[in-house]
Design a protein around this ligand. Structure first.
Ligand SMILES: C[S@@+](CC[C@H](N)C(=O)[O-])C[C@H]1O[C@@H](n2cnc3c(N)ncnc32)[C@H](O)[C@@H]1O
Length: 160
């Protein structure tokens, strides 16, 4: 999920649905004080817990669909790297278009999917939507050590 995260500069990194924060601390370690790290979590209990645990993360209690407003409120023109832990149920309407539209031109969006669900209709629909919204959608090999095994869609607005 984080392998394409830029190692230099000051990227604007956004987590959607950080939940218990499985990606939050690894992102903080990778950033090491660089850039901005914004986490948008719908559940206030989760977001309060995350804000206490990770004081350097800007935790916002909101729905992912409000990503453009969350960036605009902070004077940011786009996200450079978006990491999604959102469940399928969150991908109603045009959320993938909203995410793509809120990213900087070289932006990268990563979304994991459990391998055993790969051929289910929601997963197929999501891949189709990613391919419509992004120029390049790479699919990583399955990480069998993950429980359950999963792979990652790495989507870019500009070809890699
Ligand atoms: C599968 S969990 C997070 C997985 C995360 N990697 C973890 O380790 O906990 C999904 C999270 O997305 C949040 N969520 C669901 N729908 C959302 C939405 N529309 N906007 C923002 N967060 C949402 C849920 O509250 C939950 O915390």
């Amino acid at each position: 999920m984080l392998t394409a995260l830029p190692e230099g500069g000051d990227p604007v990194v956004v987590e959607l649905g950080p939940g218990t924060g499985a990606f939050t601390e690894p992102i903080q370690r990778r950033l090491d004080g660089r850039g901005r790290h914004i986490a948008i979590e719908l559940n206030p209990t989760m977001s309060e817990h995350l804000a206490r645990r990770c004081p350097n993360v800007e935790v916002v209690t909101d729905v992912a669909d409000n990503l453009p407003a969350v960036l605009a409120d902070r004077g940011l023109s786009g996200a450079d790297y978006v990491v999604s832990g959102l469940p399928w149920s969150a991908f109603t309407g045009s959320l993938i278009d909203t995410i793509a539209g809120a990213m900087s031109p070289a932006g990268i969006y990563t979304q994991f999917t459990y391998t055993w669900t790969r051929w289910a209709p929601p997963a197929k629909r999501q891949l189709h939507e990613l391919r419509e919204a992004f120029d390049d959608v790479a699919i990583t090999p399955t990480v069998w050590r993950n429980l359950p095994p999963a792979f990652v869609y790495v989507s870019r607005l500009a070809p890699a």
